[in-house]
Write a protein that binds this ligand. Structure first.
Ligand code: SF4
Length: 456
């Protein structure tokens, strides 16, 4: 979500004549796009802000802004703690960035103290999604994110997102489809639909389709080749969505479905609104429809009062599903959330101990899952070339990173954006290594997505 916000801000700023620089000593404007999902991310922003203060000594006209979730959470406190900050604005104010910058610049040249604060949420009715897709863009893209929703109406007791991203708003489906059509016209092959809780799309507000209908319409109305989405909530996964994985060729067989815990007691305290059994039932149904589906998830360990046995239930769920990968975190207290008021905190050492166990087991399973793909052929959408290693890299339909060496006869050929069949030779924990699959005719290339195929 922050990557997408950054892209939007970059688009808005480039229209004002700003260019990106990798050297912050050269910058006239520094914007921090922040995340407050965990305490560690917030502390990182604070320490980076301390460093930027030194830049002002060389360039007093430098504008410094903080946006995103930390800005929304801390508001004017940021000005108190870091008096050199000029702008503080939340995610809903991104569209106003050009005006805010113009005002800040004007005040700064007059040597006035600049303090622009914009952390208002737009009303659900008035929220506008930003579309900066430029069909004349020079830089070609292979993959893109498309926002379909903002905010979240859930009440997970550990989560600060609803407080910093506001109420859920679904984007009108025609806007989404038009943006995807424009992206496809520019050469984009893979789109990931983005939202805090994508599969509740359209259920409550102005989105006139439901999520599964939206996926169907994207497949019907655009020439997109690969479609993914993130993030989903288990309570909103219906049979209509599960069925689509067997019906829509463009829908890639990978599913990120955050479970957080394997214990029903903990899930209840987390206010996740599903049980372990319900979660496992969804996974089972998906596996029946797509046996090669890759599953990923999020786990929180050390939630207040989580017992040793309850943690074991999380491990057993990990074993039962066999996730290809997971984002595992030790519980981090977020201000103002219901969980922050719960008693029986675990010690940092205990949380770390449980996290280590979970991550170690996940790593073993990830390797096992990848090893099961050895000898199989994966359709890889090529994204980049490593000139040092002479390796191409891309993603399979199941979202695995796949590397393969440059073939001698294709030395001059740029494979970026092409589909290549790659036979997996070696599995690592987080990636696959393979070679271009020669089916007898030699180099084999696919120009459009033909669905799942595996060869032995
Ligand atoms: S659904 Fe996700 S974003 Fe919404 S409150 Fe729960 S964890 Fe946070």
């Amino acid at each position: 979500m922050n990557e997408q916000d950054s892209l939007h801000m970059k688009g808005l700023l480039s229209r004002q004549g700003y260019l990106e620089t990798k050297d912050d000593g050269e910058a006239d404007l520094v914007l921090f796009v922040t995340c407050s999902i965990r305490e560690k991310a917030v502390q990182k922003v604070f320490s980076d802000l301390g460093r930027v203060r030194q830049r002002l000594e060389d360039n007093p006209q430098l504008l410094v802004g903080v946006c995103g979730c930390v800005a929304q959470q801390e508001k004017e406190n940021l000005f108190k703690r870091f008096p050199f900050i000029d702008l503080v604005f939340g995610p809903d104010a991104i569209k106003n960035l050009p005006e805010m910058i113009a005002k800040a610049k004007q005040e700064k040249t007059k040597n006035e103290k600049v303090r622009i604060l914009n952390t208002q949420f737009s009303s659900q009715k008035d929220f506008e999604f930003i579309n900066l897709v430029n069909p004349h863009e020079e830089e070609s893209r292979i993959k893109a994110f498309v926002n379909i929703q903002k905010g979240c109406d859930n009440v997970c007791s550990f989560c600060i997102v609803p407080r910093v991203r506001g109420r859920e708003v679904s984007r009108p489906s025609q806007e989404i489809i038009q943006e995807i059509k424009a992206l496809v016209g520019m050469g984009v092959k893979e789109v990931t639909l983005l939202g805090q809780n994508v599969n509740s799309y359209g259920l409550k507000d102005r989105g006139e389709l439901q999520f599964s209908e939206l996926l169907q319409e994207i497949a019907n109305q655009t020439n997109l080749e690969r479609l993914r989405f993130t993030t989903s909530h288990p309570k909103d996964v219906g049979s209509d969505l599960i069925k689509l994985f067997g019906e829509l060729t463009i829908l890639c067989p990978s599913f990120h479905l955050p479970v957080q815990s394997g214990s029903n007691r903990v899930l209840k305290d987390m206010r996740r609104q599903y049980t372990r059994e319900h979660y496992l039932e969804i996974i089972q149904q998906l596996k029946e429809i797509k046996s090669n589906m890759a599953f990923t998830t999020d786990f929180i360990v050390g939630f207040p009062s989580e017992t040793e046995e309850e943690f074991e239930e999380t491990i057993s769920l990990l074993n039962q599903v066999g996730f290809d990968m997971s984002f595992c975190f030790a519980y981090s207290e977020r201000p103002g959330t219901a969980a922050a008021r719960m008693p029986d905190r675990l010690s940092v050492a205990e949380k770390k101990h449980r996290l280590d166990i979970l991550q170690t087991r996940q790593k073993q399973i990830a390797l096992e899952k990848n090893k099961a793909r050895e000898g199989k052929v994966e359709e890889v959408l090529v994204e980049s070339f490593d000139a040092l290693k002479m390796n191409w890299a891309g993603r399979s339909r199941s979202n695995k990173i796949v590397h393969f060496p440059q073939e001698k006869e294709s030395v001059k050929e740029d494979l970026t954006g092409k589909y290549i069949d790659v036979k997996v030779i070696k599995a690592n924990h987080f990636s696959l290594m393979g070679e271009v699959f020669n089916e007898s005719t030699g180099f084999r290339r696919i120009h459009s997505s033909e669905g799942d195929r595996t060869y032995n």
